[in-house]
Write a protein that binds this ligand. Structure first.
Ligand SMILES: [Ca+2]
Ligand SMILES: [Ca+2]
Ligand SMILES: [Ca+2]
Ligand SMILES: [Zn+2]
Length: 221
């Protein structure tokens, strides 16, 4: 799950003394691993996906291919981090990662947890949600104004602009991290931060996380 900027973490109050700030900053220095692997990993590295329920929004009408391309490119980023992960789009039937655009009013089908309620909340706040393996399904809040800007070419943060909507590519990149078993990271360069960041490239912490989950253990089958 990722949240829109309006729910960013609270900053240090200005009154905090410099000494205390320094101590806090030291304590907050990223440790060797900031990532959180929740797992489990997909046992079958051939991970299939498809968009099961497409957006109802007028602004996304006729753009399903474009949305699929963006999601596919986000998947490629994770595949580049580990060759043990491959994503394959299927045209119908079962898919490991089923993608749906839903609103707070829609039911989210969770056969594994009957008590689960929709995490969505209208525009802003929670913008997308994904389940860990072996479910992996990914939901986009269809009340967001999704922006289909393609991934940035350079490793700089895309320009923040109040007029732009929610960055679908960035959101997909983050949620797919959950879909393959990663939790949130405190590393400031990670795409797995809980808050929406605008980062279009995996950080070193993200690559370490995915390798820890998929490459550092004996294959059981
Ligand atoms: Ca599979
Ligand atoms: Ca929302
Ligand atoms: Ca699934
Ligand atoms: Zn998240």
């Amino acid at each position: 799950m990722s949240r829109a900027p309006r729910s960013r973490r609270v900053l240090l109050p200005a009154a905090v003394s410099t000494a205390l700030t320094a101590a806090l900053l030291t304590a907050a220095a990223p440790p060797a691993a900031s990532y959180d692997v929740v797992g489990p990993a997909w046992r079958d590295p051939d991970i299939t996906w498809r968009i099961v329920e497409y957006s109802q929004r007028e602004s996304l009408r006729g753009k399903q291919r474009q949305v699929e391309r963006l999601v596919g490119r986000a998947m490629n980023e994770w595949s580049k981090a580990s060759r043990k992960i491959r994503f394959r789009k299927v045209g119908g039937g079962h898919a490991d990662i089923e993608i749906r655009f839903v609103t707070r009013a829609d039911r989210i089908a969770t056969p594994h947890d009957a008590s689960f309620r929709s995490p969505f909340d209208g525009p802003g706040g929670v913008v997308a949600y994904a389940f860990f393996p072996p479910y992996g399904d990914l939901y986009f809040d269809d009340e967001e104004n999704w922006d289909l800007t393609p991934p940035a070419r350079r490793r700089t943060l895309p320009q923040a602009s109040g007029s732009r909507g929610q960055d679908l590519y960035q959101s997909a990149l983050h949620e797919l991290g959950h879909s393959i078993g990663l939790g949130h990271s405190d590393d400031p360069r990670s795409v797995m931060q809980a808050d929406v960041t605008g980062r279009h490239f995996l950080g070193r912490d993200d690559v370490r996380a995915v390798r820890a989950l998929y490459e550092r253990r004996p294959r059981t089958r």
